[in-house]
Unconditional design. Structure first.
Length: 200
C-alpha cells in the first residue's frame, strides 16, 4: 500500500502547500466540444466518442490562494473507491481517470477523506443548479455577457476562459462554504475571452 500511494504521489506532481490551507475554491467547468477538438480529447472515447453529446462538464473543484497560486498534491492518497459520493460525481466528471487525478492533485489539499471532497463537488453542482452533463448548445456563438447570465450566480463570481475564440472553461469562485464570491483580481486576469465566443 505504501508503494502504491508513493507512486501516485510521484505521478501527481510536486508537493506544494498543506491540506486545508487555502482561501477559496474554483469550480472549473469544461466545455466538452472544445476539449473533444484537441488531440487528447480525440483519444478519449468516454467523453468524446461519436455517440457522446456532452456540453459543460465538471473539470474539478480546486482550492486556491487569492494571490493566484494554489496548493497541489498535498499528501499521498489512495485510489478512488466506489461510493455514493464518487458515483454521483462521476455523472458530472467524465471518466474514472479524471476523478483520480482531481482527488490526487486538488482533493488532497482539501481533506484526507475522498468522500468529503467528492461530496463538496456534488454539493456545489447541486446548490448552483447545474444539471449533470449540461447538453451541448445548438448555438455556434454566444456573447460572454449572455453566457454569464446563464448561471445562477453573480457575474463577478464567474470567469470565462478561451483558447483563441473558442470557449474552453468557465470558472466559478466559491468560498469555503461553497457560496459564490467575487473572484479575486488574480483570477479575473485569467478571464481572456473576446466579447463573443465560439461554441462549436
Amino acid at each position: 500500500m505504501l508503494a502504491s500511494t508513493a507512486a501516485q504521489a510521484d505521478q501527481c506532481g510536486p508537493v506544494r502547500g498543506r491540506t486545508g490551507n487555502f482561501d477559496y475554491y474554483l469550480l472549473s467547468l469544461s466545455w466538452s466540444p472544445s476539449y473533444c477538438a484537441t488531440t487528447s480529447g480525440k483519444q478519449n472515447p468516454r467523453q468524446c466518442g461519436a455517440e457522446q453529446r456532452y456540453g459543460m462538464v465538471v473539470h474539478g473543484l480546486w482550492p486556491q490562494h487569492s494571490d493566484g497560486t494554489w496548493p497541489q498534491c498535498c499528501q499521498p492518497v489512495s485510489a478512488v473507491k466506489s461510493s455514493a459520493a464518487t458515483s454521483q460525481a462521476s455523472k458530472v466528471m467524465i471518466g474514472s481517470s479524471l476523478l483520480q487525478h482531481e482527488w490526487s492533485k486538488h482533493g488532497s489539499c482539501v481533506t484526507d477523506q475522498q468522500d468529503l471532497y467528492f461530496g463538496k463537488i456534488n454539493s456545489a453542482v447541486s446548490s448552483l443548479g447545474l444539471a449533470p452533463n449540461l447538453p451541448g448548445s445548438r448555438l455556434e456563438r454566444i456573447k460572454v455577457s449572455d453566457l454569464k447570465r446563464n448561471w445562477a450566480v453573480p457575474a463577478d463570481a464567474i470567469t470565462v476562459h478561451c483558447k483563441g475564440k473558442r470557449l474552453s472553461e468557465v470558472h466559478i469562485c466559491l468560498d469555503k462554504a461553497l457560496a459564490p464570491i467575487a473572484c479575486p483580481a488574480a483570477e479575473v486576469k485569467n478571464d481572456n475571452c473576446p466579447g463573443t465566443v465560439r461554441l462549436d
